[in-house]
Design a protein around this ligand. Structure first.
Ligand SMILES: N[C@@H](CCC(=O)N[C@@H](CS)C(=O)NCC(=O)O)C(=O)O
Length: 234
């Protein structure tokens, strides 16, 4: 049996972490039976989650989990895509995962860190502040190294709005990224969208994303198609 190791959720969301939701969505789409276990990122083999326990070992990283499902279990909902469609999907996916994600991360840890503390509720009182502070410092260092945190909030939100506009324009009324049929790119994109629209952050950027009815409808459609309307399921 496969076991998905994922972050504890919060705020009544199915999964409060974009990459964890992506892995859960890919597993659900694959139809392969799996169990879920909640943990903090240090339990992942690379210090991040999601991770997947398999008979061959523990795999860290949602992209490698996807690759494992394709190679070991024959899961390939993208089989019919052309090379140009694959290139298109990869570009949008990476824009969301390697750019938009960091804007959401900046908001979580730098702009509105109080909301983020909910993830540490399981840690005893004395330790909680210490662990949170240490992680916040590490995230700030990462965001400075990556370059994003060198900009003002207004500049960062403007970068984010460009991505939201691009996703809104590209997906339109969908229903999915490539029309009528769901693909892995949808399982990767919609978690990055709900990460911004459904988590309780209040910046002008989050509000801007929430003002996009087509994107909101797309995310809801993906979730319903993948999880069949189950609420907060594992
Ligand atoms: N590229 C990784 C990203 C995973 C990731 O960033 N996970 C976050 C939670 S959404 C995490 O574990 N962060 C903890 C840390 O960076 O220390 C993937 O696709 O799985």
């Amino acid at each position: 049996m496969l076991t998905l190791i994922k972050l504890p959720t919060a705020w009544g969301l199915r999964n409060a972490s974009a990459f964890n939701l992506k892995a859960e969505a890919l597993l659900a789409l694959s139809g392969i039976a799996f169990e879920a276990e909640e943990a903090l990122p240090n339990k992942g083999p690379k210090g991040k989650l999601p991770a997947l326990k398999t008979p061959e070992g523990v795999i860290g990283d949602s992209a490698l989990i996807h690759k494992y499902l394709v190679e070991k279990h024959g899961f390939d909902i993208d089989a019919a895509l052309t090379p140009v469609q694959r290139a298109d999907a990869l570009a949008y996916q990476k824009m969301a995962e390697e750019y938009l994600y960091f804007i959401a991360l900046y908001i979580r840890w730098v702009v509105e860190p109080e909301e983020t503390k909910v993830f540490f509720a399981g840690i005893p009182g004395v330790l909680r502040g210490f662990v949170f502070g240490r992680l916040q410092k590490a995230v700030k260092r990462t965001l400075h190294g990556q370059g994003l945190a060198r900009h003002s909030d207004e500049e960062i939100f403007a970068f984010g709005k460009e991505v939201i506009d691009a996703l809104d324009a590209r997906i339109g009324d969908g229903p999915f990224f490539f029309g009528d049929v769901i693909h892995s790119v949808d399982a990767a994109l919609y978690p990055q969208i709900v990460n911004i629209t459904d988590a309780p952050y209040h910046t002008a950027f989050n509000e801007y994303a929430r003002s996009k009815p087509r994107l909101i409808a797309y995310a809801k459609r993906c979730d319903a198609q993948i999880f069949g309307g189950q609420t907060n399921g594992a």
